[in-house]
Design a protein around this ligand. Structure first.
Ligand SMILES: [Zn+2]
Length: 80
């Protein structure tokens, strides 16, 4: 897993956005890396600390991720 310890300060690497397919740099502003790991539930809700994170060679623009999770307006009409 060559990307495990890749930091923003590492030399810029060419990567491809999983959603739009456009090339970008791994450390460019607005680029996210897919990470898996353990997250503890908090009493107050939410969880933002990942224990033992595993970073994957999977990248996306944050804007593309947000587009992907926009509610489907047809579903809103059905269930809203
Ligand atoms: Zn994209």
């Amino acid at each position: 897993m060559p990307y495990k310890n890749l930091r923003r300060s590492a030399p810029a690497l060419d990567v491809v956005c999983k959603y739009c397919g456009n090339k970008t740099k791994h450390n460019a502003k607005g680029v996210a890396q897919y990470v898996g790991g353990w997250v503890a539930n908090r009493d107050a809700g939410g969880a933002n600390h990942i224990l033992f994170p595993n970073r994957y060679n999977s990248w996306a623009h944050v804007a593309c991720l947000e587009d992907d999770h926009k509610p489907n307006t047809e579903q809103l009409e059905l269930f809203g």
